[in-house]
Write a protein that binds this ligand. Structure first.
Ligand SMILES: Nc1ncnc2c1ncn2[C@@H]1O[C@H](COP(=O)(O)OP(=O)(O)OP(=O)(O)O)[C@@H](O)[C@H]1O
Ligand SMILES: [Mg+2]
Length: 234
């Protein structure tokens, strides 16, 4: 396993929001992390990144215990993050925002040229300030920035949110390409169909607890299971 999260408890102040959450992601695997609003999906990603460190339990990345390691050190090991709110520097250009993501890790380095091939609109947006981008364009920059950081694992928080269907397909194509190149992807999604279209396995959270963990296929096909866990049978 590239990432192994073992029975973590997560807190904001004195309020516990994660209860013994466990999940794992292998190299070249896409895992969907699903669940209702407030289930603890973002907090789980924040724990992996060391932004909201787990108070109990253990997080292992590449056989190193990173549970209480500083965020910048975790990032340098090769964990990329695509935050739900994109977090671009609004007054910097697209080119500068992308350049901020560049770093070398033990994993493959993606080039600016490759990122522009994946998201072709970026090529002509390079000199635009990030604050003057559309939501979808911002998401392209956020994903491109993560790739330029040479990740072995990418944490994506609702990557399809607010995107036109065609751009969602572009994002899914990137996820498949990452998997084909041996990168691990942990993808939080509200859009269950989008996530299950690409995921190998799925983990469902409810009120901070894992209530389901297994192959994505049954969740895609078993309407009753899906209705029970996610409240959607579509
Ligand atoms: N900064 C914070 N301070 C206190 N409580 C927080 C904070 N951020 C989140 N929470 C609480 O932690 C719980 C889990 O939130 P989290 O953001 O992880 O959920 P989520 O599954 O990502 O939900 P969503 O789908 O709405 O993004 C919620 O009850 C939320 O209110
Ligand atoms: Mg969230």
């Amino acid at each position: 396993m590239m990432l192994d999260v073992e029975r973590i408890d997560g807190f904001y102040g004195e309020t516990q929001v994660l209860f013994g959450v466990s999940l794992a992601v292998a190299a070249g695997e896409v895992v969907a992390l699903l669940g209702a609003n407030g289930a603890g999906k973002t907090t789980t990603l924040r724990a992996i990144l060391g932004l909201t460190p787990a108070r109990r339990g253990r997080i292992t990345f590449l056989d190193s215990d990173v549970t209480r390691r500083a965020t910048h050190l975790i990032a340098r090991m090769g964990i990329g993050w695509v935050p739900d709110d994109r977090r671009l520097c609004p007054t910097l250009t697209v080119a500068r925002n992308l350049a901020l993501g560049i770093k070398r890790t033990r994993f493959r380095a993606w080039t600016m040229k490759e990122v522009c091939e994946i998201f072709s609109p970026l090529a002509y947006l390079m000199d635009r300030e990030a604050e003057n981008l559309s939501g979808g364009e911002m998401q392209m920059v956020a994903i491109g920035r993560a790739l330029l950081g040479s990740p072995g694992l990418v944490l994506m928080d609702e990557p399809s949110q607010g995107l036109a269907p065609r751009i969602v397909q572009d994002v899914l194509a990137v996820v498949r390409r990452l998997r084909d190149e041996g990168v691990a992807v942990l993808m939080v999604e509200q859009n269950v169909d989008t996530a299950l279209a690409v995921a190998d396995r799925a983990v469902v959270l409810d009120l901070g607890r894992v209530v389901h963990s297994g192959p994505a296929g049954p969740l895609r096909d078993d309407r009753a299971l899906r209705q029970r866990l996610l409240g959607t049978a579509a």
